[in-house]
Structure formats: structure tokens, C-alpha cells
Design a protein around this ligand. Sequence first.
Ligand code: C2E
Ligand code: CA
Ligand code: CA
Length: 605
Amino acid sequence: MEDKIIVYVAGNPNSYPMEYYDSQTKTYKGVIPQILKEFSDKSQYEVIYYEGGVIDKREHLAKNKQVDIVSGFSNSDEIYENTQKEEVFNAVINNNNVSYYICYTDTAPEGLKYELNKFLSSVTQEEISGLLISSAENIDYSASNNLTVYALSFIIIVLFCAVVLTAQRCKKKLKSARILIETDELTGLGNLEYLTNRFQHIVNNKTKVLYKVVFFYVDTDRLHRIGNSQEVDAFFKFCAQAVKKHVSDNDILARVSYSGFALLKYHNSNEDLNSWLNLIFNEIHSYRKVYQKNFDLSVSAGIYKIKAGDINIKEIVFNSLQCARMAQKNDEMYLICTDEILDSFAEKRQLQANIEQAFLRNEFQLYIQFYVEPDTYKIVGGEALSRWNHPQKGIIKPDVFVPLMEGERNISKLDYYSLNKTCMFLESLLENNVDTFFMSCNFSRDTFSADNFADECKKIIDRYSFPKELLIFEITESTYEKNIPQIQSNVLELKKYGVRIALDDFGEGFTSFYDLQKYKIDGIKLDKGLIDNMFSKSGGEILKAMIRVGHNLGMTILAEGVETVQQVEKLKIMECDVIQGFHFFVPMPDWKAKEQILKDFHTDN
Ligand code: C2E
Ligand code: CA
Ligand code: CA
């Protein structure tokens, strides 16, 4: 290591807490010695205090050129000859600017002044205030006996002012940091943190029952399908303003999550909730007209009236959000949270908490619902449908747990688990010489749109040996709209690998045959809605046309949700290839399905 250049300082023994001589430890202490020590640690200079003692020898040392730096001046002090003063510290005391200085003598090595000044200017006022406070904490009272009354009082003022200064700065800083933490960047409204803090300020145990939380929920999935992110952002800003217009000064509005706003609202005995919400919703929906956007907006509200026992505002907001989502699902403008609804949320949460364990305990089971051939009613294949065999609640259907898993983003685990069980089932049939029974599997859009989807599936399927064309992957229209290029590449890769692809719930949405052809879909499953409607004039014509076009494009046509013999007869005439529905079979456990298949296939062949 390079040798350090030694620099000597003549210190002020009586300038506590800036600089003072501690006779017990026989060293200089205070803010300036600490700063100089830090400078020594970080630079090529080693700063050493020359001779200590309670008597001030600075003038003598400076004149004798025994030191390079003379320290511990305030602006009222006289500066010695041949010294150059540099400000170290500055504070406003009783409206007067008080500065502390150090001076360089002409023996100071070249470069020292530049280096030390640079270092001093990098020391912030806050750091100095911090040092002042720590000096005060470390005060050695025996040493302070030497201080004059003037110095003492002055020091106390300096210390006090430094603390006030720091406190003010910190307060300002804290305030601006708090504003930042509590603000939603996009809309400028408060966020969940803000709502929580305001709730704690304005609501107490007695008044809380006078408030409710209204959650405005925007279906962002749907928005993202129709607009780019700038358009979505613009819509949220518009929404914020629309709601704000109808909020009173005493109410607290915040954007508490990406997809929604929560309003902490004081009950008004005269209020007509319905008309008030109508006003807000009309305002929000005017976005389309004002900005000439063809958005299919879906906004709903959930209302939670705060109860005496409620303590957690985040839980209240969560319940109001759940309620708003429920309203959206039921196609209602708003929903008021009742005890029954709350119980159902609690049950869902409990189920959600059980999911991980359910996988470990193999509680998910493969059920199979057969497909039949319309002319002969012979079983030709089956659809894999999951069931949760819950130890307390019994068999739970997928419409309960699939949305929970989708919300928690662990649906892919179930999908791969079901695919594995399906492959195992096909292999076990092959071992029993059944080699034509095909199986279809359902996948959520999160699973299907993942970039490793095809690879993960291949890894699973490769563990088994059965003809790959016996496996059909069902995708739904909503799968189809998200991350289109990735889905397209997954479909193509899986087709190249040898499995087939079918579009589930066809006719429910707006997928065109043109799209199906583009995606090289092998088959379509006509949605139950189309089947239910087949005896109306237009319903029958539409179905007939769909089957014809599908056939012309070389696709297999399956019909689902078939419940009556009349429907079967008509589908037969329309030349539908495969039928599935409660008229023939309900979903059954895999072991039972296997028994039935083995019986049927071995009797026929
Ligand atoms: P889906 O794929 O549209 O499956 C058809 C649903 O309709 C099944 O309900 C089936 O039991 C029911 N169904 C069949 N025939 C009839 C009928 O004639 N009448 C009536 N009313 N209903 C009929 P299920 O088993 O409750 O499944 C519901 C949905 O859950 C399925 O809809 C499927 O999308 C999803 N699902 C099931 N298992 C899984 C899975 O492992 N992963 C994923 N991602 N989704 C799954
Ligand atoms: Ca399906
Ligand atoms: Ca379906």
C-alpha cells in the first residue's frame, strides 16, 4: 500500500460539540475530528491532531508553521495570518447564518486543499447533524468542565438548531416519501396504503359502522384483449375522474389494485345507492362515446357495509372486490355483500389453502365422460374431467376449484397432472388391447400460452407408449385470444409431435372458421348452447351450416351437452361425427370407465 502523506492539525480544545479536547482519553473529539478521520480513511492523507491539551495553542502552532491545518473556527473568530479559511459546516441559528471553518497554513501539501475541499463538499448537512447528535450522546461531562458558559449555551443552541434542521428536513423528506408510497402513479389517486392509513385516522370503533366500502372493478382481461396498454391506462385515468366527480369531500377514494378503485364512503340516510351508482356507471360508459372507442367495457361494483367486529381494512376491501367480481360474473351492475356471500368467500379461501395438500395426498381424480358414435351409440373415446375428492367435503366439481386455481396461478399443475393420468389411462387400455379409444384433455389458457407448454407436455407423453393421435388437446376460445403467437407455435409444435387439437365450446364466442383453418385445428366441439338452441329456426340453420363448413375444412365435429333423444336424432341427420352428453353418460371415475370400455370393446371385437 502507498505511504500516506501526514497532515497535522491544530485543534480547538473548547468548541464542543464541533471540536474539543477530551482530557480523559487525551484525544480531540467532536464533529470536525470525525470528519477528518473519515477523510483520512478515504484519501491518501493521514490527518493527525498536533499535541493536545485544554489550552488553545492554535495561533502559536500556526505561526510556527508546525501544522498544516488550523481547525475549529466559527465566523465570529479571527483568522490567523497566512491561513486560508474553508467552510466546513453551516447552520441557521436564531435567523443568523453560523459557519464553522478550518484554515490551511502555507505548509499544507499541494493538493490537500483541493482533496479536502472536495471531500467536505460531499458531506451532507444531514451527516453533520447526525455527527452532532452522536457527539452530544457521547459527551464526557468531566471534559466539559473546561467549557465556558458562553460556549456551553452556544453549543446547546447549535445542537438544538441542528436537530431542528434535521427534523425539518427529515419531516419534509418523510412527507414526500409518504406521498410517494401512498400514491397511485397512473391516476394520482391514493393507493391501498393511503386508504389503510386514512381509515385508521378517520374511523374509530364507534363510527366504523357508519361507513361502507364500494369497490369498482374493471375486467382488465377483457380490456387487454381489445386495447393496447396505453389505451387501457387512458381508460383507468378516465374512470378515476368519473368516480371522483361523484364522491363527497369526506369520502376516501383510492386505486387499490391494478383493476379497481375502492371508496370508503360515509352512509348517507337519504342516499339512493342505485341512482348514485347508475350515474357513475353512465359516466364511465360514456368513455366509448367521448373517445370514439369501441370498447366492450365491463365494470361492476361490490359494496361492503362495515360491521362492528371488522378491524382489518384490507380484508374489507378484499371482500368488496370479491363481491364486485361476483356481480360481474352474474352480469349485474353491483352486489351488496351479505353474510351468505361472505361465508362462500371464506369457504373458497379455505379450499384455496387446501390445494397444495390435495396434490400431495392425491385427492385430484381422473373422471371420464364418454363420447359416442351417433349411428351405433358405441363408445369411441372420452374426455378427461378432474374431480377433487375432498376428505371433508366429498367430491368437488371443477367449476368450483378451477377458478380458484386460476386465481392462484397453480392451474398448470392440475393440467399436467391430469395429462399424466390420461396418458397412464391410455397406456393401460393399450395393455388390454384397446388401441382406438381416444381421450381429450382440458387446459387452461395460462397453461396453454406458456412458452414451455409443448416441451412440458412432450416430457410427460414420452413416458408412455400409445399412438399419439389418440390424445386430443382441447383449447377454448379465451385461450385462443391471449398471447396468440405463442399459442400458435404451441399448437403447431404439438401437432408436429403427433397429438390432435380441438376447439372447445365452439359457437360461444366469435372464432371464425378462417381462424380455425389458420391454426390448423383438427376438430371442434359444438357448445351446449348451440345444441340447446337447435330446434329454433335460426339455431338449426346455424348448426347445420357449421357442421357443413367444418367438414369441408376436414375437421371432426363433436357435439357436447346432448341431453335428449330428439337432439341425438337431429345431430345424426346433420352428420355430426361424435356426441357427448348426459343422455348417454355422465362423467365417471377412471376405474369405472375402464371396466365399461374393456367390457364394450372386448364384446364388440
Ligand atoms: P367443459 O370442458 O366444457 O366440460 C364439459 C362440462 O359439461 C363438464 O362439466 C361436464 O360434466 C358437463 N356436461 C357434459 N355433458 C353435459 C350435459 O349433457 N348437460 C350438462 N348440463 N352438462 C354436461 P365439469 O366436469 O363440471 O367440468 C366443467 C369444466 O371444468 C369443463 O368444461 C372444463 O373446462 C373444466 N375442467 C375440467 N377438468 C379440468 C382440468 O383438469 N383442467 C382444466 N383446466 N379445466 C378442467
Ligand atoms: Ca372440454
Ligand atoms: Ca366444453
